[in-house]
Design a protein around this ligand. Sequence first.
Ligand code: PHE
Length: 328
Amino acid sequence: MIEEFNNEIGKIESLQELQDLRVKYLGKKGLLTQQLKALGKLAPEERKQAGQSINRDKKQMLAIIDDAKTRLEQKAINAKLAAERVDVSLPAYKLSTGGLHLITKTINKLEDVFRSMGYDVVMGPELEDEFHNFDALNTPKWHPARDLQDTFWTTDGRVLRTHTSPMQVRYMETHKPPFKVVVPGKVFRNEAVDATHEAQFHQLEALVVAERITMADLKGAITEMASALLGKDTKTRLQPSYFPFVEPGAEFAIWWKSPKTGKEEWLELGGCGLVHPNVMKAVGYEGVTGFAFGFGIERLAMVSYGIPDVRYFYQGDMRVLRQFRGEL
Ligand code: PHE
């Protein structure tokens, strides 16, 4: 019987077949088990010898089954490994990288420029109170300049800040001069949206307060910023203008070569001036002067990246955004 068993086990290919074979010989009704059961019918002299022989076969079979099991298990693992092998020659999945938004990039660049000039960068709340957005900036309720900025009011009388200038007041309330700060951030205007107007945009505010700060310091700061952004010796210009919270007040422009038209021209950027005495009074400052300026970041980004419509910044159109993915 052992020869027959050996013969069969040689042909076995799987663990299941091995299990079937084990049952066939060694199971409850297995061939070898039947032989053991039949021992009782033998004469006592034969029984002993036959019993020993059957048990020897049984031991042998168990050992052979054990070996076969190890071999088949190894074979199964090898087959699995072969089937699951990674084919490194297959084309890779394309991982598309993200990128910083153009406005974020522009803000980062501006922050770098001002940090290198010794300014701190601070942020302020987008939901403001009337005091900081208007009154403390020398713009009381009756003031006609309130109409210059179309304002989003909340039902509890607060405002979505119409400019970053309220942070001038907040910063002065909590700090002692001398200092230099810039404030980048979102601002909101309740106006009809078109190619150059969005209801939400960004500004950068600068505020410097110390003893004897003058318009010359203001002009110098604006020129330094322009040089850092557009190259050494970039020209800047101030033209008289009006904002309630500065006196004198001005608009500033920088002389640059437009990438769109290829022509050199003045780029009107924002407003500026010396901090108004009434603002100084509102925050309790004495014996110091200061300058402030503020401008729209979208405007700067539009002209420097050649974006023709301000709405492109916020529509999330990948065809627009992807073009600038790698640029700084
Ligand atoms: N806050 C003004 C605006 O939004 C700009 C400005 C800032 C003017 C600082 C003067 C000084 O138009």
